[in-house]
Design a protein around this ligand. Structure first.
Ligand code: LZ1
Length: 490
């Protein structure tokens, strides 16, 4: 036989054996499509729309199955029961974050999004407390969001009712809320520093949404070979981290321990309190990364949801009219909306929930991993196995939300028009790693949307029935199509 053929056969056997061994390492992983050597199941997965591939596979293999991303197995969990069982009932076991090779080079396990163990618990606890208003001085978070809502309306007024693409303005407002919380002050929408920062997050969000990222994370060796996008993500993150470091230095010089003004001040005080503790997690490195994480998580996400929201409101003018009626009745025209109003505005509350449900922003959650060996529904999942949970499958459950593909605020209203809570409302994930920014994000969505609708009528450029609401892309997140609208002052 030709020696090349022999060599080829031997190599193939070795590869098959290694995949087979991985599969049977320490027990029985859930079933799934048969993986190819090296490639795993990537030929059976559409990186342009993973959420569709997952739905398709779960119809064949059930709510819990295994796919191989390259050589690496990932357990996929679909449907409310299984997702809740994993994320909530076995919260601790499923609370590890899977490594994300692309950003790992910059994060190095610091911060909050990609950290684990004791470090993650402490960063999370601190961030939750601070974002919930404990110890950030006299100015509360709600105050900062209301201020930004007023600036947002002033900026929208400048469009003079002419057609505009709202992407930039709806991106600037959430970014500025984070600036205000972290650095104490918001920026003017034309400030060059602010525009640079926003530009970096914008670009990263776009790149992270492209199928390339999945390829790079499946085959991390490519990160160093491909000159373009992956490098760019890393450079952008480094740029932001350096800016944050400069700001930290300014804060260190002006710090008044008895009067913290923002997130950085609070963190610096914690550092001071723990300065004799060798094991303290309150370090400059963790501060830099945590701040960058809060930025990365809190800007494009809220901005994309707002943009999808306005598009859905234009598509459904009858819904918008009811929201505006409720605003007129409960708030009137002469004061800013506040969070207390929400409990008296069940329809608006339902609309905001439905916008988030329909948008399904992060369809497959942020990947988790197991902290230890776990027995799950008669399967065995070894410690450190990647876990993907399908939030789409929960947000689109057709028993909980009849006609799940239709935008309909009745999904969150009872027969008498009261707001109806649902355990299936999981756009922020669930369990121990549920979004730290949930309260802030929901505050922004409610206050920005009500303030916009209090001041403007939304006018589409085409007939509502011709408005296309299918998402432009579905990578890491779902993004609405580009559109223009006119904002007519009421
Ligand atoms: C996140 C987001 C994106 C990536 C990781 C965590 N939290 C948005 N919110």
């Amino acid at each position: 036989m030709d020696p090349v053929v022999v060599l080829g056969l031997c190599l193939s056997c070795l590869l098959l054996l290694s995949v087979w061994k991985q599969r049977h390492r320490g027990g029985k992983l859930p079933p799934g499509p048969t993986p190819f050597p090296i490639l795993g199941n990537i030929l059976q997965l559409d990186f342009k729309d993973m959420s569709k591939s997952i739905t398709r596979l779960s119809a064949v293999y059930g709510p819990v199955f295994t796919v191989y991303l390259g050589m690496k197995p990932a357990v996929v969990i679909c449907g409310y029961d299984a997702v809740k069982e994993a994320l909530v009932d076995l919260g601790e076991e499923f609370s590890e974050r899977d490594v994300f090779p692309l950003t790992a080079k910059v994060n190095k396990g610091f911060g909050i999004i990609f950290s684990n163990g004791k470090r993650w618990k402490e960063m999370r606890r601190f961030s939750l407390m601070t974002l919930r208003n404990f110890g950030m001085g006299k100015r509360g978070i709600e105050d900062r969001v209301q201020e930004e809502a007023r600036c947002l309306v002033e900026e929208l007024r400048k469009t003079n009712g002419s057609p505009c693409d709202p992407t930039f303005i709806l991106g600037a407002a959430p970014c500025n809320v984070i600036c205000s919380v972290i650095f104490q002050n918001r920026f003017d929408y034309r400030d060059q520093t602010f525009l640079n920062l926003m530009g970096k997050f914008n670009e990263n969000f776009k790149i992270l949404n492209s199928p390339w990222v999945q390829v790079c994370n499946t085959f991390p060796i490519l990160i160093d070979c491909l000159p373009g996008s992956p490098r760019k993500v890393i450079n952008n993150l480094s740029y932001v981290k350096n800016y944050v470091l400069e700001k930290i230095k300014e804060h260190q010089e002006s710090l008044d321990i008895n009067n913290p003004q923002d997130f950085i001040d609070c963190f610096l005080i914690k550092m001071e309190q723990e300065k004799h503790n060798q094991q303290s997690e309150f370090t400059i490195e963790n501060l830099m990364t945590t701040v960058t994480d809060v930025f990365a998580a809190g800007t494009e996400t809220t901005s994309t949801t707002l943009r999808y929201g306005l598009l859905l409101l234009m598509k459904h003018p009858e819904v918008t009219a009811k929201v505006q009626e409720e605003i007129e009745r409960v708030i009137g025209r002469h004061r800013s909306p506040c969070m207390q109003d929400r409990s008296r505005m069940p329809y608006t509350d339902a609309v905001v929930h439905e916008i988030q449900r329909y948008t399904d922003l992060i369809p497959n959650n942020v990947p988790r991993a197991t902290t230890c060996n776990v027995k799950f529904r008669n399967y065995f999942i070894p410690k450190g196995t990647a876990v993907i949970t399908s939030l789409t499958s929960v947000l689109h459950d057709d028993k909980e939300f009849p006609n799940p593909d239709r935008f309909d605020p009745d999904h969150f209203l009872d027969a008498s028009g009261n707001f109806k809570k649902s355990d299936y409302f999981m756009p922020f994930s669930a369990g121990k790693r549920v979004c730290v920014g949930e309260a802030l994000a929901r505050m922004e969505l409610f206050l920005f949307l009500t303030t916009i609708l209090q001041n403007f009528t939304l006018k589409p450029l085409v007939d509502p029935k011709d408005i296309d609401i299918t998402p432009l892309s579905t990578g890491f997140s779902r993004v609405p199509p580009l559109y223009k609208l006119c904002l007519i002052p009421v």
